[in-house]
Write a new protein. Structure first.
Length: 210
């Protein structure tokens, strides 16, 4: 399992504990996640680099966006309403790249054999009571997920791997691109601010197409 917007879209879930909850829909919000390494065998250099990395997610009506930032690296994933494409921007030093991913093919490739197991565990994150569920993947890996059933973003493409979770995901686990180092994303800020529309545009110059 690889945490990015280009990973697993969930096929099957059973969240009986969330039934009957009247959720507030968030049409404009900005969520900041801290990233921490939870793999005790990870090299110190990886731990230090990840400790300086963050993910920021934006939601505006039917649009959403993820920004991953770290030392000398930035990746942006943009989901815009009424398109079948995820636009991925990568900046590594002075090098800039852009990719266009067909979301229909992406969903077709990443929706097999994933299931959720609900638990009775819960905890508060940013003042929201969050429920715990465990995503189990066909390769034998898993991810612990905490979500707030009282609120839900108006567009969930930015958290595609958990888009069927009935609420806003405020903490989750996954792997780095090496598919070995386990990390945890924990929300440290949730702002119900007006998100500018220009954040969902992408450049047409200055980037090499991958």
């Amino acid at each position: 399992m690889k945490i990015s917007a280009l990973i697993i879209s969930l096929l099957f879930c059973a969240f009986t504990n969330a039934q009957g909850i009247d959720r507030k829909i968030l049409h404009n919000c900005t969520i900041t996640y801290d990233i921490t390494v939870i793999d005790s065998s990870a090299p110190k250099s990886v731990v230090n680099a990840i400790s300086k990395s963050k993910m920021k997610s934006y939601v505006k009506d039917d649009n959403s966006r993820n920004d991953f930032t770290g030392p000398g690296y930035k990746q942006t994933e943009i989901y815009r309403h009424n398109t079948d494409t995820v636009v991925v921007l990568k900046e590594m030093g002075n090098d800039k790249f852009i990719s266009y991913i067909d979301t229909r093919k992406l969903n077709e490739d990443t929706t097999k054999g994933v299931r959720f197991v609900t638990t009775k565990a819960s905890k508060k994150i940013l003042g929201y009571q969050c429920m715990k569920t465990i995503a189990q993947f066909p390769d034998g890996t898993f991810a612990e997920v905490f979500y707030a059933p009282a609120v839900e973003p108006s567009n969930k493409e930015f958290e595609k791997q958990f888009k069927r979770v009935p609420g806003l995901v405020l903490e989750f686990e996954g792997f780095l691109s090496d598919q070995k180092t386990r990390v945890r994303y924990t929300a440290t800020s949730l702002k119900l601010n007006l998100v500018p529309l220009y954040l969902f545009d992408w450049p047409v110059k200055g980037y090499r197409v991958l």
